[in-house]
Ligand binder design. Structure first.
Ligand code: KIV
Ligand code: ZN
Length: 407
């Protein structure tokens, strides 16, 4: 009965075969403290970064990028302290393809139990012509030299050709080949401006994997921005095309419209794991707490209708939906909010609510109504709802006591 057109509609993969090995394990690379912090106005003190990094480790992310070590003494200290303290998570030292950046990232992460260097340089002509003012050959040479330089200190090198989705495909392939030859082990193909369409983004991974020499020996990562609201869709397309790491931020914070949101991506994979064929190591019950902590620390409110963690994500106002939910939650919910640490799904009483929901809410307070009493409460409730929009439980209880007193 939980199956519609062969789509599993039960919560949390209840009907999954149990063969987890059939699912690809996706590594979650959290860049809330680096790219996320680039959200206008969202900057963090080193102490706040350390507290958030502890929570990210508890959430079960695989890699944390704690900051940009060269950018300020505070960021250097935060990267250093997080590397010293959190030994159950890999640390990414972020650096431009510049020796001074690499030196700072190497020094700041030296005490990490596991670390990688994450190097980037632009790859699109628009960036090369107007920002770097360098030719493709010059940029290619810098990329190769800096990967070779970083490789002397750190085995694991992630390389990002920035703005890859708007770059010439043949140049991205050439760059990827070049950095693999120098020892890069992870290739991240960023959609820096959130410009790509899912099919195109997936196709880029397929082509690079197949055509770049050595492309079958490295792992692939997606890094998507949300300018067109496609960051999660693009990341899922990359998974389908072979990516095994996805870069995300909590609440989707980040430059402009933000990055791929951790909670949306993880819950898409969790909820539709059979369709996607993947799993993550995220402890979903920590999602809500992590989201609240990041929102508070960055002073960054979450939109009411934000998927998964928004105030309204599990609230139901319409009478038809409320009626269905009271009979079986799967009627109007595809995720169990409690599995994400969200207290419970809420039936919000307002003008779209029906008698069934009102009766149920009153019964939760031990107030039982017979049919005429309920009818009376309902009629006065509807009038009140026009005035107040949402009816708090205290007002409903007031209406019910007036009814029982006058009858
Ligand atoms: O969006 C981007 O391209 C980045 C990188 C430099 C990985 O944040
Ligand atoms: Zn980015």
């Amino acid at each position: 009965t939980n199956n519609v057109n062969n789509i599993d509609i039960s919560f949390k993969g209840a009907s999954v075969s149990g063969n987890e090995a059939a699912y690809k394990r996706i590594r979650i690379f959290d860049t809330t403290l680096r790219d996320g912090e680039q959200s206008p106005g969202a900057s963090l003190e080193p102490g706040q970064k350390i507290i958030l990094a502890r929570q990210l480790a508890k959430l079960g992310v695989d890699i944390i990028e704690p900051g940009f070590a060269i950018s300020s003494p505070g960021d250097f200290a935060a990267v250093q302290q997080i590397s010293r303290e959190l030994h159950n998570v890999e640390i990414a030292g972020f650096a431009r393809a510049v020796k001074a950046d690499i030196d700072a990232a190497v020094r700041a992460t030296v005490d990490a139990a596991r670390r990688r260097l994450h190097l980037f340089i632009s790859s699109s002509d628009i960036h090369l012509d107007f920002q770097l003012r360098k030719s493709r050959d010059q940029v290619l040479q810098i990329a190769r030299e800096m990967v070779a330089y970083g490789k002397q200190f750190v085995d694991e090198i992630e390389f990002s050709p920035m703005d890859a989705s708007r770059a010439g495909r043949e140049f991205v392939i050439e760059m990827v080949e070049g950095v693999i030859a120098e020892g890069a082990t992870i290739i991240n193909l960023p959609d820096t401006l959130g410009y790509a369409m899912p099919e195109e983004y997936g196709e880029m991974f397929r082509v690079v994997r197949e055509q770049a020499r050595g492309g079958d020996k490295v792992s692939y990562s997606a890094h998507c921005h949300n300018d067109l609201g496609l960051a999660v869709a693009n990341s899922l397309a990359a998974i389908r095309a072979g990516a095994t790491q996805i870069e995300v931020t909590v609440n989707g914070v980040g430059e402009r419209a933000g990055n791929c949101s951790l909670e949306e991506l993880v819950m898409a994979i969790e909820t539709r794991k059979e369709a996607i064929g993947a799993v993550t190591g995220i402890v979903t019950s920590e999602i809500y707490e992590t989201s609240r902590m990041v929102s508070r620390a960055m002073n960054f409110p979450i939109a009411y209708n934000k998927p998964v963690v928004g105030r309204n994500a599990f609230q139901h106002e319409s009478g038809i939906h409320q009626d269905g939910l009271l009979k079986n939650r799967n009627t109007y919910e595809i995720m169990d909010p409690e599995a994400m640490g969200i207290p419970r799904s809420m039936i919000v009483l307002g003008k779209h609510s029906g008698r069934h929901a009102i009766k149920h809410r009153l019964s939760e307070y031990g107030i039982m109504m017979d049919a005429p009493q309920l009818e009376d409460v309902y009629n006065r409730f509807i009038e009140k709802a026009d005035e107040l929009k949402l009816i708090p439980d205290s007002v409903l209880i007031g209406l019910a006591s007036e009814t029982t007193e006058t009858q």
